[in-house]
Design a protein. Structure first.
Length: 362
């Protein structure tokens, strides 16, 4: 009986060892990766969906719609938007309207239009790019940008992109631990100049040791930003309603800002949510060359929402138009500096809409 058990155990050990070898060989047979800075749709949607339970449940509406089409596996494998037969081919190989998925049906949901997470950039500025190396292989990286007048309400086509890449990188080295988020190809280069507003940066990774090629869309806005990301929502929902941080401030009439447009930027982030409302933090940034002595942020309240309270700022409101000015102690923002204010908003539903902000400094 002992000899029989030993024989069975030995056989199981051999089988497990064989399976392990197969899995390891399969895992390293292909490269895997995606643009992280500026973040590709799959990478930022993966970030948006991370939760304490280990599930990936995106809160951003465009990300959620993509997963409804392509399934959750498209985010568990956010680094695998590839064509094994790509051989670096682009126009004429990937059909119009399917550029963001690379023509890979497993990622078709990411070809859709919507309010994707956005990376804020400055046209013509030097930028530190990074591309994940989940599995590392040598190759070239090509980055294109959409033409002026591109319509973000339409799926991306080849005619929507500039004919030539604005940046090409030849076999950059890998840093960090391969097979993790820290494993990355990194390079520094100039962003396209004379661009403003919404655009897509389209990336192509062409391996030099096989025909495998990766494709990806990074949604960006050229508005004077330094790589900040908006459109990611906090997936956590508290079990109890938090107490109101402060008493709402008395509305006052704001002063007229005098700084040039484009230097002030504001980001809106939901930091807590519950049934019937949420708490948000707004970060106000000075991307100009002179200090602000004051600032104001404005937006239009989405339908069904009301502001309950504001702290570290002074609230004024006319109908659905909301303005928050600096408090007495946080009006000064140095160049490349920032400050924050918070608010509580009454809102129905579990996935409340976030407003688009305007920002001006004085």
């Amino acid at each position: 009986m002992t000899r029989r058990r030993s024989t069975i155990l030995a056989a199981v050990t051999v089988v497990l060892a064989s399976l392990t070898a197969i899995l390891l060989n399969t895992g390293t047979a292909e490269a895997h990766g995606a643009m992280m800075k500026p973040g590709s749709r799959t990478f930022l949607c993966w970030q948006d969906g991370l939760s304490s339970t280990g599930q990936i449940i995106p809160q951003n509406p465009a990300c959620a719609a993509a997963v409804n089409t392509s399934g959750a596996n498209s985010l568990y494998n956010w680094f695998a938007v590839l064509r094994s037969d790509g051989a670096g081919r682009t126009r004429g190989f990937i059909p119009d309207g399917k550029l963001c998925s690379g023509g890979n049906p497993g990622y078709a949901g990411f070809d859709g239009v919507g309010d994707w997470p956005l990376t804020h950039l400055t046209a013509g500025a030097t930028f530190d790019f990074s591309y994940n190396a989940w599995a590392a292989h040598p190759g070239w990286f090509y980055t294109y940008v959409t033409k002026d007048g591109w319509d973000p309400s339409q799926p991306l086509t080849w005619d929507s992109l500039e004919d030539q890449p604005f940046l090409t990188v030849d076999h950059p080295p890998v840093t960090g631990q391969v097979g993790t988020v820290d494993g990355q190809y990194k390079w520094t280069g100039a962003l396209p100049s004379n661009k403003s507003g919404r655009h897509i940066i389209y990336s192509v990774w062409k391996r030099s040791d096989s025909a495998e090629t990766f494709y990806g869309c990074s949604d960006v806005v050229f508005d004077g930003g330094h790589g900040e990301v908006t459109g990611l929502k906090d997936p956590g929902t508290p079990t109890t309603t938090p107490t109101t941080p402060t008493t709402p401030t008395t509305p006052t009439t704001p002063t007229t800002p005098t700084t040039p447009p484009g230097s002030c930027m504001a980001m809106y982030e939901i930091t807590n949510a519950w049934s019937g409302g949420y708490q948000a933090t707004v970060t106000v940034m000075n991307h100009g060359t002179t200090a602000y002595t004051g600032w104001q942020v404005g937006w239009t309240l989405p339908s069904g929402q009301t502001v309950g309270s504001v702290w570290n700022g002074t609230l004024s409101q006319s109908g659905s138009a909301v303005t928050v000015r600096n408090a007495d102690w946080n009006g000064r923002i140095a160049p490349d500096g920032q400050t924050t204010f918070g608010l509580v908003v009454n809102a129905a539903g579990s996935n409340p809409a976030q407003p688009s902000l305007t920002c001006q400094g004085t």
